[in-house]
Write a protein that binds this ligand. Sequence first.
Ligand SMILES: C[S@@+](CC[C@H](N)C(=O)[O-])C[C@H]1O[C@@H](n2cnc3c(N)ncnc32)[C@H](O)[C@@H]1O
Ligand SMILES: O=c1cc(-c2ccc(O)cc2)oc2c(O)c(O)ccc12
Length: 356
Amino acid sequence: MAHPTADNVEEELQAQVLVWNHIFQFISSMSLKSVVELGIPDVLHRNEGRPICLSGLASLISMPPNRIDYLRRLMRMLVFTGCFANVSKEGEEEKYVLTPVSRLLVKDNDTGVSPFLFFQLDLVMQSPWQSLGKWFHSDQPTSFAKVHGVDIFGMAERSERFNRMINEAMACDSRLMVKALVEKHRDAFVGVKSLVDVGGGTGSLAATIGKAFQWIKCAVLDLPHVVADAPKDGVVDFIGGDMFEHVPPADAVLLKMVLHDWSDEDCVKILKQCKKAIPPKEKGGKVMILDMIVNSKTQDHKATETQLFLDMLMMVDVGGREREEHEWKKIFTEAGFTTYKATHGTGVHSLIELYP
Ligand SMILES: C[S@@+](CC[C@H](N)C(=O)[O-])C[C@H]1O[C@@H](n2cnc3c(N)ncnc32)[C@H](O)[C@@H]1O
Ligand SMILES: O=c1cc(-c2ccc(O)cc2)oc2c(O)c(O)ccc12
């Protein structure tokens, strides 16, 4: 074996920093889960922007004094990664405030993501990752199915707890996205008189659209057992059915984070049903897809990395995928659509308007 030169030792040590950083990524997500469980974002939120010192924070979350230094170390790491800010001066006791990241972890924040965090870090969702390597050699459709013996929708039907978690995770994603839609994509809803949200779950997105754009009559199509659980408030019509068989007629068909669950062939089948449901382009017919366009030119490195993580999530848990623009284009053409307009600018998501 050749002796390492000074240069490649340096390179190896730098590589060790990077590989350890990758290995320890789970510490970042698990530590976030613990601060949410401890109620730290909520306590800081209730203080209305005023900082809280370490000992004050410990007392507000009823932490015994002999644990304070552990709390300081947890917060030091999360301050370093940008989840909280320490606004104390040198030599003073630490004083913390929320950052835009931890503001999204406040439980009574309407657009908060803590249900999404608890869902992703639940043991049922985590265990398929332990078997990912072995899954590549298996004939199972997903690592989730290999580990649990049932696919993710089957698990939701089988376990009320899991069903609640997945619905809450999706609903909180919808609340944040609709805020972006109302602020950034209002024009896309002008002239739309009726809209059906296909795979719209328990209707939180459709209800918010119906309230934000009061001229639109909104409906949801989802599987019968899903719409059976939906809260009926009179704003949204619920239709139990199968999007592969029939989509109810409307000016616009909305598909939010639905196509990423399915193969290209299945997406073509779903889109063909959507095309039958809408009027011609001249009469305002369109399909509105809220999904990801991976690695689009307008994105920064973090956004693309997050999309690639979500693509892995789809592979491991669902058997779906996140798509680049050329992959979307191929599906649209095969489903018989002539033109589309993609608008970026909702974080990792894009709005694609698809015309017959
Ligand atoms: C990932 S969830 C997305 C839910 C919602 N669009 C959102 O973003 O919050 C996919 C939805 O598709 C529904 N779904 C699955 N297969 C379906 C089918 N064949 N017909 C109608 N809906 C279906 C599921 O029940 C689920 O509500
Ligand atoms: O665990 C998930 C997460 C998503 C997801 C990701 C990002 C979004 O903006 C929305 C949703 O979608 C999922 C999904 O479609 C599914 O069938 C199972 C799990 C998840």
